[in-house]
Design a protein around this ligand. Structure first.
Ligand code: TYC
Length: 108
């Protein structure tokens, strides 16, 4: 067999009709959630939703009001590392601005 030879996965050598099917793994997805509190200004939450989660002003306002009224709400669903980065960005900007806003992620 030459350098670019058959790896056997096509079934060519064995005479089977097996197709090459590279093993792919779909990434697990994580929900990123905002938690309500009594002190973080509504406007700050709206700005975070626009900035970190790329929401329109209208969507950001709706999500903020949902969290305000229900206690918790989903900002988006992402692969692990994206979700983790967004949680970190929210928590960092909240802490820098001395707001108690909490953001968490959970496996979907
Ligand atoms: N409850 C806050 C207020 O009335 C607003 C708020 C909304 C805070 C959503 C956090 O995740 C939050 N100022």
């Amino acid at each position: 067999m030459g350098p670019e030879g058959d790896d056997g996965k096509s079934g060519f050598e064995s005479g089977t009709a097996t197709k090459v099917r590279p093993k792919t793994k779909r990434p697990s997805l994580y929900r990123v959630l905002l938690l309500n509190d009594d002190y973080t200004p509504q406007e700050f939450v709206v700005l975070v939703l626009q900035d970190v989660f790329n929401k329109s002003r209208d969507d950001a306002f709706q999500i903020m009001m949902h969290v305000h009224q229900k206690g918790v709400g989903e900002c988006g669903v992402y692969p692990y590392e994206v979700a983790e980065t967004k949680v970190t960005r929210v928590m960092d900007t909240a802490r820098k601005n001395q707001h108690p806003l909490q953001c968490v992620m959970e496996k979907q």
